[in-house]
Write a protein that binds this ligand. Sequence first.
Ligand code: ATP
Ligand code: MG
Length: 757
Amino acid sequence: MDYLAGLNPSQRSAVEQTEGPVMIVAGAGSGKTRVITYRVAHLVRKGVDPFNILVLTFTNKAAKEMRERIVSVVGQEAKNIWMGTFHSVFSRILRVEAELIGYPRNFTIYDSDDTKSLIRAIIKEMNLDDKLYNANHVYGRISSAKNNLISPQEYNKNEAIMAEDIANGRGQLGQIYMTYAQRCYRAGAMDFDDLLFKTNVLLNKHPEVLHKYQHQFRYLMVDEYQDTNFSQYLIVKRLAAVNENICVVGDDAQSIYAFRGANIQNILNFQKDYPDVQVFKLEQNYRSTKMIVNAANSVIEKNQNQLEKNVFSENEDGEKIKVTRAFSDNEEGKIVAEAISQERALKSLNYKSFAILYRTNAQSRAMEEALRKLNVPYKLYGGTSFYQRKEIKDLIAYFRLTFNPNDEEALKRVINYPRRGIGDTSLEKILVAADKQQYRLWDVVVNAHSFLDGRSASAVGNFGLMIQSFQAMAKTSSAFDTAMHIAQHSGILKDLYEDKSVEGLSRYENIQELLNGIKEFSEREDLEEKGLDVFMQDIALLTNDDKDKDPNADTVSLMTIHSSKGLEFPVVFIVGLEENLFPSQLSLNSRSELEEERRLFYVAVTRAEKKLHLSYATSRYRWGTLNNCEPSRFLDELNPACLELDFQPRSVATGMDGGFQGERIAWKQKEADSFSKPKPKVVKTTSILPKAHVPSAGFAPSDTATLQVGMEVEHERFGFGKVINLEGNKPDIKATIFFKELGQKQLLLKFAKLRIV
Ligand code: ATP
Ligand code: MG
């Protein structure tokens, strides 16, 4: 069977072992994803119905590429394979089964904006302090509860969780979670985490449904298994329980989503869950040069928590890794853009061969500006998605209401946009009425005269009639005709048309682009159902990358390291290698967080096939102020034999010659000299432990009477910071302090050992 010829013996055995549990834990670029692709092709070749195969990938893009590969080997029938991200596959299943768990089939998917807006509204209703109950933080807590399958009821009964919340001064979190879940339910909406949480509920409560899918998905495969959370893990485990034909692939060294609840333990548990698992090892890296593989190994070996792996490459030795120092982020952008232009010409490469990877989205600005100046075409991945733009969300909110009139977030968004004389007070009354009397929102809207007076009642009533007319239209007309009708009759098109500013024009064009997309969709011949409701189904799950009009365009790719997972490029630039940026400031609290940053660096390094460039700036604007930066500790950790520096590191009188530690200490000394304030003594930072902070003497529980907003303080453990807020009454005054090294923290003054400097 020659289609298996492109595999080495271990890969081939993993592909041919189609029955029973299989696990492949192997290093970057060793062909894990390739094994899954070939395995699916092999199954179909052997006669397995594509409908019986489920493949879970980490991004929609990965699923799309894999499907194309498989179609090229086995033909069109591969289109029927169930393949996609956890969220997209299980939202599809929930559409079919939603009614069993009390949701409409046309349930809305709340995206993170909807979720945060709802959380904010609840916090306000409960009269809670929105700084203490920061919507992002609350969202994080609810999300993590759901991903650990803790329902609101369980959350509120769990003494340990409640005690933790109370200790943090956030004793109402459980109640917020409870109300949030009720509101989503009332709105017929699920948020991202619900798509997995409710799938678990469905499979748990309805054995007949579980049974159906267990028999349908005779073969299961999961890529990037190291980044699954508990909720995902359990879905897979349940579905695989009958046939046990489950193959997972992953790399513990590339687990980079712990902050979202991913758990490396899932890999280790796999062997416990399936004692007869067949484990395959892949050690040869086919992606990168020897130089890059050696460099990557030298970094990851600094992590204590990792499975032993020996990754090697038989590719060419390759060029050394180039390290560049820039004076500012703008200069860094310029250096990168010039290097791309030169290297492209010198090596006859196309732009597509280059990628620029960064730790945080904000870093793209300097890169984009520099690329534009040199006319280098680029594409930004994972930036604000097309579907997240305001005008698109507005129109989609009308679509959402048409199919699910209970969708509260959509209603709030457009009930008075374009303006139709419905003020906040009327909206509030509608929401309160629905809440108090447990009415469906929609019933309140269509019976507006019972809840509101005079003009507001008729304005709301007319809005209801308009949505009803859209509903009627949607029943009989094509997706495009319905969408066009809604765009016109809602008043959105007119509103945007009248705005003659540049932004207004681009918004108008975006709406046109959306309508064009719907037109294309309604003319597709491969779909049986092509109503606007079907088009709408996954929209909240789409990203910018999925709306890529021309995936083959010749452009440089810009993206965060998180979104580069699984991808590869001939030439990679990793920018912003500075302490407090990469590793991130927030990761310096514990070894495990620092190890996650290191894995992230490992992921970045291993994206490169032929050539890797690293760079850092010695100063950078952050939060509006210019900061001096020191080179990232990760530069120290790379095997120096793999590096080529384009500058002479400043060596200082520390007895060390050169190296980035020299740079860093030089930087520290410079900093120490330039401040008159007493500074912590400069200590040599080891490569692994977070920086030690040597406190000055004289700490005592704070004198709450003298502390004021704006004062600079030093904390025994957290170092220097500035007081940005004080709240509460004696003796429970809480201070919000922005620490230079650690960012914002809230401290109860009666315990905090602070010194005013
Ligand atoms: P990551 O950990 O980054 O997800 P991976 O283990 O999934 O990497 P793949 O993306 O499957 O690795 O493979 C890396 C590259 O090596 C791809 O370009 C792939 O086509 C190539 N490759 C893998 N195995 C072979 C092989 N046996 N022969 C030739 N090329 C191969
Ligand atoms: Mg892969």
